[in-house]
Design a protein around this ligand. Sequence first.
Ligand code: CU
Length: 162
Amino acid sequence: MKIAMGSIAVTLLIGLPSLMLHAANPRMTDKAASALAMRAPVITDAWVRATVPGQPVGGAYMKIDSTTPATLVHVETAVAKEVQVHAMHMDNGVMKMREHGQLAIPAGKTVELAPGGLHLMLLGLKQPLKAGDTISLKMTFIDANKAKTTSVIKAPVRPIGQ
Ligand SMILES: [Cu+2]
């Protein structure tokens, strides 16, 4: 029962903004209304680093821009069991990484995921990532009103050492 109630609430939340847009702009087309309601962050320069056979994890890197505040809440890919946002930190002079959790994307400020800094960690790789291949990453963001947007992006695999 609780689950059923929850999903009704979610449906209402997602449905409301577009209803409100239609009410405020009766002549607005459905296409324009949905474009306004879904301002997904823009992802550029996505890539992943090639792995050697047996390597259990891989790194994915990209630039994320958003015109409105957004939060990256979930990433998944067919080639790994799990994807986490990782941050690097110094621990007694040794560079280590840890799970960062949800990643805030401020409005108008590029968030860069790059080697040596924030990155996506692909955990439990199901196959080696081969240079020249391309993988898909499904990125889910929420905006300030908790409305979800999902982008499927392609990330080419670059050779080890780049
Ligand atoms: Cu990592």
